[in-house]
Ligand binder design. Structure first.
Ligand SMILES: Cc1ncc(COP(=O)(O)O)c(C=O)c1O
Length: 452
């Protein structure tokens, strides 16, 4: 049952937005026609087709909070490459360091001066002393899961219902209506049935987590400390602390994936909420968009890992990647963390997000839309349900693809890019009050069209 009942009206509103979109984007259309020849679905990666409207807009250039498409239209970007560009597009300090490193060599299989500085910066921010680097957050998750299984000698991973941690096989599982772990719908070609590798538990449910750990089979708990990939689902008081305690009791490695929750500050939710994970994972924005991922470990976990590895075989164990930790990534991370994603930048990003969120809430109230908005530092998202969801299933049940497509196309036609897979907005250090005001105006117009 959709929260917005008048589907006929919704279809008419959407059709009108499609007409506007088509009229405004002849150059994007022509590039898309050309791309339909050599590219599957006309896009370099399949999910790039999942934008509202008949084809994606093609980007000409981007800087800070904005980008311009090939038809000369300028947009405020609240999607920011789904966090890959949370620092804003091409920030000057990062671009300078990246350009300088490009001139000095890109990849060597040898470290450069940046490596230790980057490691120390992350250690100071997250409170975990030892770090390793990958090209993506997905890889960082895969690697730390391997280490967890390796050192505990146990095979299973516990994840939250409706989680997303990148393309990590073990995580494509959900709970069915009987509470059984099953493969998530549309899981593409799983190597093995995820029920063999994974136990799924609902977010905010300590009883379920303990029951999973009590099987004695669990090597690791991989979580986002607040869910961000099925809308935002916030932890209830005591939940994260309870998980910590259970992990210690059952020798389960607690891995906190901060790839998106980094929105809460320079040390993510880990530092801000005094969490004590055994490992932390991140990626996407830490290199200003240059591929970079990282994972940090406690001294104790590092010792367990190192004691179980032998230098002679270290290149063939399933943890690695030729380009991982390359000189360009490290230069990009160093400049991004120390000059762009500074503690001061997070303060202004969050303050602006407060404004975005208050405006959205005010308009939801004004038009009595049965929706709600949640905020996590510089990230905020509204969902099509009246109260904040407690877990992934509640959030998933509120999904309304057609309504979302309409709102996103409405935004796009008014010079605003929202994150395609949900109603999320992210503030970079470059965003301004005028950027937020543009979203507020669109949101009011859209609510009026639906509810007035
Ligand atoms: C929480 C979380 N972890 C990991 C990833 C994977 O990031 P990447 O696709 O850059 O490997 C994502 C991607 O959205 C994510 O949301």
């Amino acid at each position: 049952m959709h929260s917005y009942a008048n589907r006929e009206k919704l279809a008419q509103l959407f059709a009108k937005e499609v007409e506007t979109f088509v009229a405004k984007h002849p150059n994007s259309k022509s590039l898309h026609d050309q791309a339909m020849g050599p590219l599957m679905g006309g896009v370099p990666m399949s999910w790039m087709a999942k934008w509202p409207g008949p084809h994606p807009v093609y980007v000409q250039s981007a800087k800070g909070s904005r980008f311009t498409d090939v038809d000369g239209i300028e947009y405020v970007d609240f999607c920011l490459g789904d966090t890959g560009a949370m620092v804003g597009h091409s920030p000057d300090a990062a671009i300078k360091a990246i350009a300088e490193q490009l001139d000095r060599g890109i990849t060597f299989m040898l470290p450069t001066r940046d490596a230790a500085v980057v490691g120390q910066t992350l250690a100071d921010r997250f409170g975990l002393p030892k770090w390793q680097f990958t090209l993506t957050a997905t890889d960082a998750n895969r690697h730390i899961l391997r280490y967890a299984r390796h050192v505990t000698g146990k095979s299973k991973v516990v994840v939250h219902d409706y989680c997303y941690h990148g393309t990590v096989d073990e995580t494509f599982a959900v709970l069915d209506n009987n509470g059984k772990t099953v493969s998530r719908e549309n899981n593409i070609g799983p190597q093995v049935d995820p029920a063999q590798t994974t136990i799924v538990v609902p977010f905010n449910d300590l009883v379920a987590a303990e029951a999973a750990f009590a099987t004695g089979e669990v090597a690791a708990l991989l979580i986002e400390p607040a869910m961000t990939n099925i809308g935002i689902v916030l932890p209830e008081p005591g939940y994260l602390e309870g998980l910590r305690e259970l992990c210690t009791r059952y020798d389960v490695i607690l891995i906190i994936d901060e790839t998106h929750t980094l929105s809460e500050g320079p040390g993510g939710m880990t530092a801000r909420r005094h969490l004590h994970p055994d490992a932390v994972v991140m990626g996407k924005t830490i290199g200003a968009g240059i591929p970079a991922g990282a994972f940090g470990m406690t001294a104790e976990l590092t010792k367990r890992v190192q004691d179980s590895l032998h230098l002679e075989h270290i290149d063939v164990g399933g943890v690695g990647g030729t380009l991982a930790g390359n000189a360009l990534s490290m230069a990009a991370i160093r400049a991004t963390l120390t000059e762009v994603l500074t503690p001061e930048a997070f303060v202004s990003m969050e303050a602006l997000c407060d404004v975005w969120t208050m405006d959205v809430q005010r308009l939801i109230d004004k038009y009595q839309a049965p929706w709600q908005v949640s905020q996590l530092g510089c990230r905020a998202e509204y969902s099509f349900r009246a109260t904040a969801p407690k877990n992934g299933r509640e959030a998933a049940d509120a999904d309304d693809f057609e309504l979302q497509q309409y709102l996103h196309l409405h935004a796009l036609n008014r010079g605003i890019l929202m994150t395609p897979f949900h109603n999320m907005a992210l503030m970079s250090p470059a965003h301004t009050k005028a950027d937020v005001a543009r979203h507020t105006a669109h949101f009011e117009e859209a609510l009026q069209s639906l509810f007035a």
